[in-house]
Design a protein around this ligand. Structure first.
Ligand code: FRU
Length: 473
């Protein structure tokens, strides 16, 4: 294989910029066959760079579209397609809203627009559209609110002011330019939330829908789904669910206008605690695999399942193994002698822990190296350990994450694992729990193994694929 690869950690099938820094996804909108992905670029001063895709896997970069200015950075926000030309930029204009982060110490909400499906983007001459002299007021995400045939927008009031509590502010507008404050959604916590979206989603198997606000609480350094009801003015929460239990999952944003109503979204695989210090081989930052969601009610409570976007199946190259009814014991690994190894893998395993205390999967294994997915059957806990995934996370530095995971009715657990050159995403029990983590293993570490501790487990099924973005390999 191409050992001379210039960036051994550069994701193969996840989006990352070919050069420079990246954090939050911005302006996610689909229009005329194109998925737009703008993103926060520029490590010192932020701006919006742009990439597009027709299949959510292969991306083309188009450079900077919303630049910073001498005294202002272009912080995160969302975009819509103004089908009816409510703003007057033109029919089907792509209208992006972003935060002006001013060196003088305040943040306001601004517009940039495109009338050629994102190819050229212009700054609106009369910015800002929401004035403010306060700091910590950012990340506008507009959307069309069908019942009133008008626009709504959520913005994070990341710190409270004299007049306004910290929380998610909701605004309404007829034309995307003049905005009226409606309400603030607050919860019992500290409400220091970034990057909100708000959207309606069907509850599986019912006629019901719920409204969901994915938010990124600064303290949690992760994402939560706040699920409840929205009447056009106020959001009332019913349930709060943590979206992911890894360390590298922040600033989720949902795609507007996506072809299927499946909550398509993407998330920055990063963590502000250490992202700026992470290895920098000329580029820094990657996105998760685009994901869809299922919302369902289980025993009276709401649950969000996350799935890799179906397009991932197009990246499957070889089927490396298909196994069925195999024992996993402390001395026996059913993957031994198979072709399952590599740096870009999809592994889907159904395991019955039976008498084993622990059972799991090691990926990117090499000399003294491994990234370990463990199911602790006694504790009913899922863990990911990256203390031997390369230097960066050694010595107890953000090296292990854990979440509870119940066995399914038939006693098994399901682990759907996506491995790329510097990440491991785990979708457990059909996406009931997910864990997203970066790793920085050696290029040579490519082995994979199954293990059990203190007892034996049953591997019910396993399928493993080699993934690659290059067509016709
Ligand atoms: C979240 C965030 C946003 C802000 C952006 C700046 O990661 O802090 O609140 O708009 O990053 O890059």
């Amino acid at each position: 294989e191409d050992v001379e690869d210039p960036h051994p950690w550069r994701p193969e099938y996840h989006f990352s910029p070919s050069e420079g820094w990246m954090n939050d996804p911005n302006g996610l909108v689909y229009h005329e066959g194109i998925f737009h992905l703008f993103y926060q670029a520029g490590a010192d001063r932020r701006r919006w760079d742009h990439a597009t895709s027709t299949d959510l896997i292969n991306w083309t970069e188009h450079g900077t579209k919303v630049p910073d200015t001498e005294s202002m950075q272009a912080f995160s926000g969302g975009a819509v397609i103004d089908t009816e030309n409510t703003a007057g930029f033109g029919e089907d204009a792509l209208v992006a809203m972003y935060t002006g982060h001013h060196d003088e110490g305040f943040e306001d909400q601004r517009i940039a627009y495109s009338t050629d499906n994102g190819e050229t983007v212009h700054n609106y001459a009369k910015n800002p559209v929401i004035e403010s002299d306060e700091d910590n007021f950012r990340d506008p995400k507009p959307f069309w609110y069908e019942p009133d045939e008008s626009w709504r927008m959520v913005v994070g009031r990341v710190e409270g002011t004299e007049d306004r509590p910290a929380g998610i502010e909701i605004y309404s507008s007829e034309n995307l330019l003049d905005w009226t404050y409606e309400s603030t959604y607050v919860d019992e916590g500290d409400n220091g939330w970034e990057c909100p979206s708000l959207f309606e989603h069907p509850v599986e198997g019912t006629d019901e829908t719920k409204w969901i606000i994915p938010i990124s609480p600064i303290e949690l350094r992760s994402v939560e789904y706040h699920i409840g009801d929205f009447d056009g003015t106020e959001f009332i929460v019913e349930e709060i669910i943590r979206a992911d239990y890894g360390y590298d999952f922040y600033a989720t944003q949902r795609w507007g206008n996506a072809p299927d109503d499946d909550g398509l979204n993407i998330t920055w695989m990063g963590n502000w605690e250490y992202a700026m210090d992470a290895p920098d081989p000329g580029w820094q930052g990657a996105m998760t695999i685009p994901r869809t969601i299922t919302l369902r009610k289980e025993n009276g409570s709401l649950e969000v399942l996350q799935h890799p976007a179906k397009e991932i199946t197009k990246t499957r190259q070889e089927t490396l193994a298909k196994l069925c009814s195999e024992r996993i014991t402390p001395g026996r690994d059913p993957l031994e002698g198979t072709n399952v190894e590599g740096r870009t893998l999809e592994i889907d395993a159904t395991i019955d822990p039976q008498s084993a205390e622990k059972v799991g999967l090691r990926v990117r294994e090499g000399e003294d190296q491994q990234s370990v997915v463990t199911y602790d059957a006694g504790e009913e806990e899922l863990r990911f350990n990256r203390s031997n995934s390369g230097e960066f996370f050694e010595d107890g530095f953000y090296d292990e994450t854990t979440t509870s995971l119940e066995r399914r009715d038939d006693g098994t657990i399901k682990l759907h694992v996506l491995v790329d050159r510097s990440s491991v995403e785990i979708f457990a029990n059909d996406g009931q729990k997910t864990m997203t983590n970066l790793i920085y293993p050696d290029w040579e570490s490519t082995e994979v193994s199954l293990f059990s501790e203190n007892g034996s487990a049953q591997l019910e099924h396993l399928v493993a694929y080699d993934l690659c973005t290059t067509d016709n390999v």
